[in-house]
Design a protein around this ligand. Sequence first.
Ligand SMILES: [Mg+2]
Length: 407
Amino acid sequence: MSDHTTLLITISGRDRPGLSAQVFDALGGDVMDVGQSVLQDRLVLLILLRLPPDDVASLTRSLQAVAAELDLDVDISVTDGSDERHRGVRHHITVLASPLAPRHVSAVSRAVASSGGNIERIDRVAGYPVTAVEFVTAHADPDALRTAVTDTAREEGIDVSIQPAGLDRFGRRLVVLDVDSTLIQDEVIELLAARTGNIDAVAEITERAMRGEIDFASSLTERVALLRGAPESVIDEARAQVRLTPGARTLCRTLMRLGHEVALVSGGFAEVVEPLAEQLGVRHVRANRLEVHDGRLTGRVAGPIVDRAGKADALRGFAAELGIPLERTVAIGDGANDLDMMSAAGLGVAFNAKPLVRQAADTSVNVPFLDSVLFLLGIHREDIEAADADGGIPGSAAGYGEVGQDR
Ligand SMILES: [Mg+2]
């Protein structure tokens, strides 16, 4: 006979101050594991306890006395004492939905089970502006889990990201953002074309590019050519019209507070992207530049074109320069020309993208709030709000300002 007995103690009931302290005061032996969860005013507390067999009877009596006093339900069962928790391959699965329905949780749970995994924990990451919950799973076959979860997301119309657990989750990250229709709600080339009377011609080329009839570089060259002769002032006018995507400031501010790096990589124009970057405190920018001669646009792009491959090169270049491994990079974009950087990145996020882009990405966000990406990285809404209320984490680069302007 073993010289120890392992008990699994399950306690549930109405939470109140000092409850956990009183419960643990009633225990002896060694605490092998513990988990507690509180929702509203209800508590569930699980304790794995190892103690000499002779002590089990007295422990049971004192625990029952505390339970009676605090009006708690207690279940005590003997287990084999194996410690399976935190063993094997673990994953973090984040689900974003607005609203979150019970069938969404059931579908994700079924996907985990079908890949041989167990759910260790489910926690809420955000309740606003979307509901975000994170599942921590163990033992799932990674490929089977990825396929099952991706199918579930598509079938249920919810956003689901899956990332392996491990130290990479805690390291410094590089988050690379596309600009047009990602960081901002506009397409700057269209704002420019609207001011030069070429909106229809530009839109037609954009459509052809979207249908895959021409590549991004050709479509950019053709569209910029239509701006030839326009006064340089149209750039300032277009810049004044640009609208940030809701959550853009919160995303950049929060990432930088946590010591992560943010880069803007755009097939659009540096003349618009650089001032935006400065406003957001972002130090890394790669974008095209409009050639200007005698105060007029020449209709050409100055220097090499930042296209689909150029965006991926920019991501790899910034990562190398900053000493951040590619596994810890995140690329967020909406267009086909973001696909290379999204596949080069550790996590590629399709942001309100076309189906083609969504299918190719690791995950997608289909709510119009850019800060939802923070939830995919396991950053809780409550912590973001607390940091904004405090003006930042002590000793960090606080004070990007505009708290509240951007939710
Ligand atoms: Mg875009």
